[in-house]
Design a protein around this ligand. Structure first.
Ligand code: CA
Length: 239
């Protein structure tokens, strides 16, 4: 999607320059931040500067961690897709384990081609064809209402903040009620790429987040059920 703005948050100048060069060559507008504070400032946008469409966020920054940057922006209600760049596998556990609201992650060292495919997939999830395809405009279950035209979710009449990926996953479930989906197929449909063992945990984490935001008792879900050995199903059948 050329013309979209990507914010590269990276304190290593040579890495930042390489990413900037590569992404510009693909037609993106690129902003670079070398610190967490600068990243937050640029992500907020303002009267004279447009907010970026996606953030590539290095975890190790001089002033604060990428985890904190992500948390601050999500707490402010900013829903831009965030792709965490991790240096080591141990950090992946942290990305997946924390309630950060990151959409995806990539482990250093990565190929530019791999990064680009993650960027495109995240942009598609966030800004791609999100309009209703089921014919329904509004669906509800329990005290949750999903407005498929306006892409809004309410619970008990109050807005629920979902990240673009969480929304896309929820939309897929509610428009395909009673159908069981494997983690592999969810990755392909919702994330837009082929599965790997590690990425399957990404599905589990996002399902957990949806349950925490939408279920009365996230530990004993009523709507978004695990099908042992298979995957997940959204059900509206009476208990
Ligand atoms: Ca760094």
């Amino acid at each position: 999607m050329p013309g979209e703005t990507i914010l590269v948050v990276e304190d290593e100048p040579s890495v930042a320059r390489g990413l900037e060069y590569g992404l510009k060559a693909e037609g993106f507008i690129v902003l670079v931040a070398g610190s967490g504070a600068q990243a937050i400032d640029l992500a907020r946008g303002g009267p004279r500067k447009a907010a970026p469409h996606l953030m590539l966020l290095d975890i190790r920054l001089p002033d604060m961690s990428g985890f904190d940057v992500c948390r601050v922006l999500r707490e402010e209600g900013r829903a831009l897709p965030i792709l965490m760049v991790t240096a080591r596998d141990e950090e992946v556990d942290k990305v997946l384990g924390l309630e950060l609201g990151a959409d995806d992650y990539i482990v250093k060292p990565f190929s530019f081609r791999e990064l680009l495919s993650r960027v495109h997939a995240a942009l598609r999830r966030a800004y791609g064809d999100l309009a209703s395809t089921s014919g329904a405009e509004r669906l509800s279950f329990g005290d949750v209402a999903v407005d498929l035209q306006r892409m809004r979710v309410e619970r008990g009449g109050h807005p629920v903040m979902l990240t673009p990926t969480e929304y896309r996953l929820l939309r897929h479930f509610v428009t395909h009620a009673e159908q069981v989906f494997s983690r592999d197929s969810l990755l392909e449909i919702v994330w837009g790429y082929d599965s790997s063992v590690d990425s399957q945990r990404t599905v589990d984490v996002h399902v957990r987040h949806l349950r925490e935001k939408l279920e009365q008792d996230p530990a004993a879900p009523r709507w978004l059920l695990t099908v042992r050995g298979t995957g997940y199903v959204f059900t509206q059948k009476p208990e």
